[in-house]
Design a protein around this ligand. Structure first.
Ligand code: GZL
Length: 307
């Protein structure tokens, strides 16, 4: 592999430059932009040769990129799988080529966990539960039904599946909390706005929006305001990510509660890559640290946010 060859950099002390092939989902959201920046900056700092590919949210492009990394005999492959299923064949090809694979951000549903060394990312079920618990607490004394609409992330993706499951399981403790409509906004502002417009046309009595990411929530806010309603007041909004634009909307009272999803996975990825190339054992699961913000807390935290 590339690590076996002396580096052309003439470093002289024989240390081998690690070549990392990374396949990114796309550039669909503020979260993704921050995640890409973290990976590119961390690779540079670690002195890696980074081969980076953007799949424009298409699984076939990620599979093509992984096959190309195998052809180039990179030392280690990492990727954020756009959807959970359909990876076993290409991951087996990487394993047969003796190239370790690291999952970041999103997980795969392969039964064979020997196909990758570790998964570095958030616990999305936990994120859904945090969102649901805040809503349960807000409405614990309600006598009326609370009508909720949900903007789901990319269909088939781990964050969409798990944020939905975690939220649903948690609000089930109060049967007055009802999800009256749920549809994918594909994690983008444009789609979030479009689907929220449709929700507003179909339902005159929406009390709460649960958006699986800030970009869809921000798109939905445009639709809510265009309908003459006040986001954060007429419709309570819960979102996930806590990227700068989302935190600004929260500080402005347009989003009422944000569950943080930390995109800064670069340093942990480089550390894990170094370890697997050196043949060291690493934890099979590395969970990212993250918290939650009310509007007040968002206002306080905003000045120190990195992304
Ligand atoms: C979550 C990540 C999701 C973000 C979205 O780890 O996969 O994808 O929540 C992004 O903003 O598009």
């Amino acid at each position: 592999t590339a690590a076996a060859q002396e580096t052309a950099s003439g470093s002289g002390d024989g240390d081998k430059k690690i070549t990392l092939g990374f396949s990114q989902v796309g550039a669909e959201s503020g979260w993704r932009t921050a995640n890409t920046k973290s990976i590119q900056e961390s690779a540079k700092e670690a002195g890696f040769d980074l081969k980076f590919s953007d799949a424009q949210q298409k699984q076939e492009n990620q599979i093509k990129a992984i096959r190309s990394f195998i052809q180039q005999k990179v030392d280690v492959i990492a990727f954020s799988p756009v959807v959970e299923s359909g990876w076993d064949t290409v991951l087996k090809e990487a394993k047969d080529a003796g190239i370790p694979v690291i999952l970041t951000d999103r997980a795969v549903d392969s039964a064979d966990t020997s196909l990758y060394k570790t998964f570095i990312g958030s616990d999305f079920i936990e994120e859904g539960k945090k969102a649901g618990q805040w809503l349960v607490d807000q409405y614990k004394d309600t006598q009326e039904d609370v009508n909720i609409v949900e903007l789901q992330g990319t269909t088939g993706s781990a964050p969409a599946n798990d944020r939905k499951a975690g939220f649903q399981d948690t609000i089930a403790s109060n049967p007055k909390l009802k999800i009256i409509a749920s549809q994918t906004g594909d994690f983008t502002r444009a789609k979030g706005k479009e689907v929220m417009q449709a929700f507003l046309k179909a339902h005159k009595d929406i009390d709460v929006l649960y958006a699986h990411n800030d970009d869809m929530a921000l798109g939905a806010i445009q639709a809510i305001e265009a309908a003459g309603l006040v986001p954060g007041k007429d419709i309570i909004i819960i979102s996930v990510d806590a990227v700068k634009d989302g935190m600004q909307a929260a500080a402005d009272g347009k989003i009422n509660f944000i569950v943080e999803c930390n995109p800064l996975l670069g340093p942990q990825l480089m550390e894990a890559a170094q370890a697997v190339v050196a043949g060291k054992e690493i934890d099979a699961r590395i969970v990212t640290n993250e918290t939650t913000f009310t509007s007040e807390q968002a206002k306080e935290a905003l000045p120190s946010r990195q992304y």
